[in-house]
Design a protein around this ligand. Structure first.
Ligand SMILES: [Zn+2]
Ligand SMILES: [Zn+2]
Length: 320
């Protein structure tokens, strides 16, 4: 607790001692009011964009991290827990997402009345992320582990979602992630992805299950604080490929932190305004045709491509 917090009373309930300073709202909050604020903002965001319909079954994509914990903790408070299924995907990175981390998430899910299933890269395509990366590097290929990881995680999530017959897949992306992605898409001029990032963007294939991001208006520090206040035990190790993370994203993240520091609430305002602009655009945009399917695996791929990203990657490294 910082010095200026000592002796402060919560600005909301005016009774309990404050433990958090929420810079973007200018309020000091107690533990209970802070937790309630996070849950209410998630609920409002979910309702605003009608992310969930009554009776929807939802697959929760959980890793071992704090954002996943928040998703797993909040969703059963805003939707029927018997309609939620947590899916944990083990990438197979040495020292990361170990068996005990997965067991911990399973325990959290069970305690909240949420079904839990797990799978792994190894189980799904026959190789762990470490093995895939090694194969690529042995061949002198310059493929980032994050590309493998992200592409495969999305494929596995969608595959499970479709086969389980769920209505939505919820991921734990937070506000910081969302605004970084928004700016990256603008910097790259990728208007298609920009539009597709909107919570009400059209789903471009019947083989794709709609993705929702309930935490998209929650700052990363808030997710960390929520998990901490709720007694979540943090994963101690970081992914061994962290030093290979895309550099442009890291730069954008640093600039956004500086902006937020100088003008608290900036990230929220960027996302809220872009949401409205893109929403209008989606309303007036011509209907896009359905995505083509990969000629190898039959999964949807991008316009103008014959192979999907997964098949392309696996072919490059001699699997398939
Ligand atoms: Zn309070
Ligand atoms: Zn394919």
């Amino acid at each position: 607790m910082s010095k200026d917090m000592v002796g402060r009373v919560c600005d909301k309930c005016k009774t309990r001692p404050a433990v958090v300073y929420q810079k973007h709202s200018g309020r000091f909050l107690c533990k209970e009011c802070f937790i309630e604020d996070i849950i209410e903002r998630i609920r409002r965001e979910v309702e605003k964009w009608r992310m969930i319909e009554p009776g929807d079954t939802i697959l929760l994509a959980v890793s071992g991290g704090k954002d996943s914990f928040v998703l797993l903790d909040v969703m059963p408070q805003i939707h029927d827990p018997s309609k939620l299924i947590a899916l944990s995907i083990v990438e197979g990175i040495e020292g990361y997402n170990r068996a005990e981390d997965i067991e911990k998430m399973k325990k959290y899910a069970m305690e909240r009345g949420v079904d839990f299933i797990k799978t792994s890269f190894k189980e799904f395509i026959g190789a762990s992320l470490d093995e895939l990366v090694k194969r690529a590097w042995d061949r002198g290929l310059n493929v980032s582990p994050c590309t493998f990881c992200g592409t495969l995680r999305r494929r596995i999530m969608n595959y499970y979602a479709r086969n389980l017959g769920v209505d939505k897949v919820a991921t734990a992306h937070n506000l910081d992630d969302e605004v970084q992605t928004l700016l990256l898409n603008i910097l790259r001029g990728d208007r298609m992805r920009l539009i597709q990032s909107h919570p009400r963007a059209p789903v471009l294939s019947t083989r794709i299950v709609r993705k929702i991001k309930p935490l998209r208006k929650i700052y990363e520090w808030e997710a960390t604080m929520y998990a901490f206040l709720k007694g979540f035990k943090f994963q101690e190790t970081e992914c061994r490929y962290i030093y290979l993370r895309p550099t442009l994203r890291a730069k954008v993240r640093d600039h956004l932190y500086a902006l937020e520091e100088e003008s608290p609430g900036s990230l929220l305002r960027i996302l809220e305004n872009m949401d409205e602009i893109l929403w209008k655009l989606i309303g007036t945009h011509r209907k896009l045709p359905s995505l083509p399917v990969c000629k190898k695996c039959g999964e949807p791929t991008s316009y103008g491509r014959e192979l999907c990203k997964v098949c392309e990657l696996l072919e490059k490294i001699g699997i398939y």
